[in-house]
Design a protein around this ligand. Structure first.
Ligand code: SAH
Length: 249
């Protein structure tokens, strides 16, 4: 409704929900506050950076695309690790914050306001590694984003996603626990019905021609206030896929 009036041309007809983009825009100035609304993203960043580095067989010297990069927490970390990073997002304010932070940190990332599908049409097969973290659950048609990521990565390259599983436990932990009891995230950050089961992500990826290479869960321990990676994918999880070198058959 009113959100549409402020929609940038790049988001029109894109696979994007203007209300979701506005939600991230409204909090963008807090993106790099380690104690602010995006604290969980800061907390999980070293874990996911290690995991991505591992599944990608190293990041140094690679061309990496971060889809839904927001303020650039992961994008900057991957660039610091030696990758040449492009960060894309359809929300303008988080991208402005990312560009400002780049001035401060001196970490070079190429930030662009463009959707995954549009970039896939313009520059297919250009990236060694494509990451898309904590974004699929905010997108109208996740399968379209997954397919775009599959087109963006080079044959033989890796696509890594993270998102939230959809079951009773993820409702209890990610919505009630994280947003209402512990206050780790602002209320309304997530809509449970948009969460994605690992089987659904794997299905979308397979239809996009990707092969599953690794999956891991991510747990939050409220007592130690620490995140860890582990076998339990019931709430948060990461999944990595490879685009085959040549189409089979
Ligand atoms: N990937 C980052 C930010 C996660 S927050 C990280 O994990 O640190 C989710 C981000 O996805 C926000 O920046 C939001 O603007 C972006 N986003 C939501 N829908 C999008 C879409 N359809 N296309 C591109 N970015 C989108």
């Amino acid at each position: 409704m009113t959100a549409h009036a402020h929609t940038h041309p790049a988001t029109q007809a894109a696979n994007a929900d203007p209300a979701e983009l506005a939600k991230f825009g409204a909090l963008a100035h807090k993106w790099w506050d380690p104690a602010g609304e995006f604290k969980p993203l800061h907390a999980i960043n070293p874990l996911r950076l290690d995991w991505i580095t591992d599944v990608a067989g190293g990041l140094a010297g690679k061309h990496v695309l971060d889809v839904g990069c927001g303020g650039g927490i992961l994008a900057e970390a991957m660039a610091t690790a030696g990758a040449t990073v492009t960060g894309i997002d359809l929300a303008e304010k988080p991208l402005s914050v990312a560009r400002l932070h780049r001035l401060e940190s001196g970490v070079d990332v190429d930030y662009r306001l463009v959707g995954a599908e549009a970039l896939a049409a313009a520059e297919p097969g250009r990236w060694d590694v494509v990451t898309c973290m904590e974004m699929l659950e905010h997108v109208p048609v996740p399968a379209s984003t997954v397919a775009a990521c599959a087109r963006l990565v080079k044959p033989g390259g890796i696509v890594a996603f993270s998102t939230l599983n959809r079951n009773l436990r993820s409702y209890a932990f990610a919505i009630l626990g994280a947003e209402y009891v512990l206050g780790l995230l602002p209320r309304g950050t997530h809509e449970w019905r948009h969460f994605i089961r690992p089987s659904e992500l794997a299905h979308d990826a397979r239809r996009a021609g990707l092969d599953l290479v690794a999956m891991t869960g991510m747990q939050y321990n409220p007592l130690t206030r620490a995140y860890t990676l582990g076998a339990d994918t019931a709430v948060n999880y990461l999944a990595a896929f490879r685009r085959p070198l040549a189409a089979p058959g």
